[in-house]
Design a binder for this molecule. Structure first.
Ligand code: AMP
Length: 415
């Protein structure tokens, strides 16, 4: 199928063509006609499959028809709620790109920065609002948001919103919108709580699923290194140096851990930056931009960056620590191998993390290649291999429905 076959307005086709898209991705091919028909939709798709355009393009088409060249005051007609600030920025940019030949205006609002420019922009009127839950509710409480003309509500990365404890905020937000709205819900994984949410908020939704839930992209080559915990930094350095890796996204369990990895790499003259929840929003965006522009070779992130970051042709993702939530592994490694490109996902597994690795393998059902050719290994078959992590504080807000051995830890947020 070609984009031309989707009966989209010429202005959108032109913008999409300029982006180099000729064929819609499977999620786009299935979702766009449903959204254009005004139906509610539950979309289940892997990261990097073109999910953003799957909702942005038909929304822009619909609004372009409604608003056209009208000079009337603008009203919020589409609202996209998404869990992280980075993802909100990225979705906002996608809307700008696909709507650049229309008169539609888009605004992205999120916390951690001054609200004043956001409020000023709202006063000028916007057609599309992309928001993180906290700032949205805050500005609504202050009377700056009116959803009476809302046509479409998108709940993006719904499972992540659940994980991050946003679910009550999401429920509040949905109540602020008109009952006759169109609702689109996207999620990479479909735990029971998300299906319940969908039943509550969507009317007779169409369901679109482009690949098995929680599967990893086929074009990402996965490798596992069993490594002594105290040697992880040496192994990281070893890999970066020996294999001359650059453009590496490294995932660390904690903010403190991320900072330490950055310090250790810098000591060895490898330019690295950290991105996590303790950094100001401006610092986060600056570091992300520097990484995207290849000014920084290694970005060390907590899971705040696991979703949404879209870096064209990111070749390497390294799990310095394994996540205890298996789905998080899928999201992390989904940062590479996007839009049909290849990618390599390397994971370090310390003895104490072996139960997490078992859970991950159960979920992904992929025979991951074990790399033994390195100086810092321990063996998965050793007597301590099945040990549970001691005094572990990892969690990330596990899915309530998950019964994995490793995820019954406390649910404190650590990112
Ligand atoms: P997403 O899953 O929405 O984050 O998109 C992942 C990447 O795929 C982004 O870099 C998009 O620009 C790109 N993309 C989305 N749709 C298409 C398409 N139809 N053809 C080529 N690339 C696309």
């Amino acid at each position: 199928m070609l984009f031309e076959d989707l009966s989209l307005s010429k202005s959108i086709q032109k913008a999409v063509f300029e982006e180099g898209y000729t064929n819609p991705t499977p999620i786009q091919e299935k979702s766009i006609p449903i959204v254009l028909a005004g139906r509610d939709l539950i979309g289940c798709a892997q990261t990097g499959t073109g999910k953003t355009a799957a909702f942005a393009i038909p929304i822009i088409h619909q609004l372009h028809r409604i608003v056209g060249s009208s000079k009337k005051a603008k009203q919020i007609r589409a609202l996209i709620v998404t869990p992280t600030r980075e993802l909100a920025v990225q979705i906002g940019q996608s809307f700008d790109t696909y709507s650049k030949y229309t008169n539609l205006t888009q605004l992205t609002i999120f916390g951690g920065v001054s609200q004043n420019p956001q409020v000023d922009a709202l006063k000028n009127g916007v057609d599309v609002l992309v928001a993180t839950p906290g700032r949205l509710l805050d500005l609504h409480k202050q009377g700056f948001l009116d959803f009476n003309h809302l046509h479409t509500l998108v709940l993006d990365e719904a499972d992540q919103m659940l994980d991050m404890g946003f679910i009550n905020d999401v429920k509040k937000i949905v109540k602020l919108t008109p009952k006759n709205r169109q609702t689109l819900l996207f999620s990479a994984t479909m735990p029971l709580a998300i299906r319940e949410l969908a039943e509550m908020f969507l009317q007779d939704p169409e369901k679109v699923e482009v690949s098995p839930v929680s599967s990893t992209a086929e074009n990402v080559e996965q490798r596992i290194y069993f490594v002594d915990k105290t040697e992880k930094r040496n192994l990281l350095y070893h890999l970066i140096k020996e294999q001359n890796l650059s453009n590496v996204l490294v995932f660390s369990r904690t903010k403190h851990g991320a900072d330490n990895v950055v310090k250790a790499l810098r000591k060895k003259d490898i330019p690295a930056e950290a991105i996590h929840g303790d950094k100001s929003q401006n610092a986060r965006q600056r570091v992300l931009d520097a990484f995207k522009n290849k000014e920084v070779g290694v970005l060390v992130a907590t899971d705040i960056a696991a979703r949404g970051i879209d870096i064209e042709q990111l070749p390497y993702v390294i799990n310095f620590d394994l996540p205890n939530i298996p789905e998080t592994y899928v999201h992390r490694i989904g940062r590479t191998g996007r839009a049909g490109n290849g990618g390599i996902a390397i994971s370090f597994c310390g003895k104490d993390e072996h139960p997490y690795w078992k859970d991950i393998q159960k979920l992904i059902k992929v025979d991951v290649k074990t790399i033994t050719d390195h100086p810092y290994q321990w063996h998965a078959g050793s007597p301590e291999a099945g040990e549970k992590p001691k005094n572990s504080n990892r969690s990330g807000g596990a899915h309530k429905s998950r019964k994995s051995s490793a995820s019954k830890q406390n649910k404190k947020r650590w990112y």
